[in-house]
Write a protein that binds this ligand. Structure first.
Ligand code: GUN
Length: 283
C-alpha cells in the first residue's frame, strides 16, 4: 500500500494559512492582491482551470478578474491588453491561460507580461533566474510538486529522479527544482529509447506527458515515489485520469499522487502564493 499524497488536503491547509495572511493586508497595505486571468477561447479544459483559479482566489481573499476573449482576438489586441494590465497599479498578477490559438505567439505573450506580474514564472527573466538559482517566482506546478514531496517526507538528495516530459511549464522546471534538491535527474521524452528500463530505475518518477494511463506497472520500480501531473479523460470511461495507470501502479509505489486531487490543486494553491508574493514585492 502506497502513501497517497492528497494535494487537496495540503492545498486546503496552505490556502487557509494564506487566507489568514491576506486578511491582514487591507490594514497593512490598504488593499488585497489582485490577480487577472485572461482566457482566450472556450477550450473546456482551460475553462475548468480558470474557474478553479477564481474559486481559489475567493477562498484566499484575493481579488480576481477573469477576462474572457474570443478565439478570434488578434495577437496585437491581446498584447495591448497585457500592456494595459502591466501599467495598471491595481493589478498585481497577470496569467494568460495556455495554450493559445495558433495565430498567437505564446512566446510574445509571455515576454510581454511584466516580470513583476508574472505569477506563472514563465517570463524569460524568471526562467533565467530559476536556472541561475537567483530569486524568482517559481512555476506553479513544479513548486507544488516539491511541496508535496516535502510534505510526504520524501528525501531527494542523491536519489535517482526521472521526469517524463520536457515542457517549459512542467518538465524542464521540475527537473531543475529536483536538481536543486540534489537529486540525480534524467529527463525522458517521446524520443527516449528503452523508456521502461529507464523509468524502472527511478526512485522518484514525475510524469508530465499528457497521455492517459501512459505509465503502466511494468514501468515502475518497487517502492518508487510516483508523481502524476496528467489531467486527461480516460477514453474508455470518460472519467478524469492521470498519465499513470493508478490502479496498477499504486501497489508497487511507496508514495503516489492521485488524479484528481493530487498535483492539480497544488498548482492552483501555488498560484495563490505567487500572487501574494508579487503583491508584496510591489510595496
Ligand atoms: N496551462 C496549463 N498549465 C498552465 C499554467 O500553469 N499556467 C498557464 N498560464 N497556463 C497553463
Amino acid at each position: 500500500m502506497a502513501t497517497i499524497i492528497s494535494g487537496k488536503e495540503l492545498s486546503a491547509k496552505l490556502k487557509a494559512a494564506l487566507a489568514e495572511e491576506v486578511k491582514t493586508f487591507p490594514a497593512r497595505y490598504g488593499r488585497v492582491p489582485h490577480l487577472v486571468v485572461i482566457l482566450v477561447g472556450e477550450d473546456p479544459g482551460s475553462v475548468s482551470y480558470v474557474t478553479g483559479k477564481a474559486k481559489a482566489c475567493e477562498a484566499v481573499g484575493i481579488r480576481n478578474t477573469t477576462l474572457r476573449r474570443s478565439v478570434d482576438i488578434t495577437e496585437e489586441e491581446l498584447l495591448s491588453l497585457i500592456r494595459d494590465l502591466n501599467a495598471d497599479p491595481e493589478v498585481d498578477g497577470i496569467l494568460v491561460q495556455l495554450p493559445l490559438p495558433r495565430h498567437i505567439s505564446e512566446a510574445k505573450v509571455i515576454e510581454t507580461i511584466s516580470r513583476e506580474k508574472d505569477v506563472d514564472g514563465f517570463h524569460p527573466l524568471n526562467v533565467a533566474a530559476l536556472w541561475q538559482k537567483q530569486p524568482c517566482v517559481l512555476p506553479c506546478t513544479p513548486k507544488g510538486i516539491i511541496k508535496m514531496l516535502k510534505e510526504a517526507g520524501v528525501s531527494l538528495a542523491g536519489k535517482r529522479a526521472v521526469v517524463i516530459g520536457r515542457s517549459n511549464i512542467v518538465g524542464l522546471p521540475v527537473a531543475k527544482l529536483l536538481l536543486d534538491e540534489n537529486a540525480t535527474v534524467t529527463i525522458a521524452h517521446s524520443r527516449t529509447q528503452n523508456l521502461a528500463e529507464l523509468t524502472r530505475s527511478a526512485e522518484i518518477l514525475v510524469v508530465a506527458i499528457g497521455r492517459p494511463k501512459f505509465v503502466t506497472a511494468d514501468m515502475v520500480g518497487e517502492g518508487a515515489v510516483v508523481i502524476d501531473v496528467g489531467v486527461n479523460r480516460d477514453p474508455e470511461t470518460g472519467k478524469l485520469c492521470g498519465d499513470v495507470d493508478y490502479a496498477a501502479v499504486e501497489p508497487k509505489a511507496s508514495v503516489i499522487t492521485p488524479v484528481p486531487g493530487g498535483v492539480g490543486p497544488m498548482t492552483i494553491t501555488c498560484l495563490m502564493e505567487n500572487t501574494v508574493e508579487c503583491f508584496k514585492a510591489r510595496f
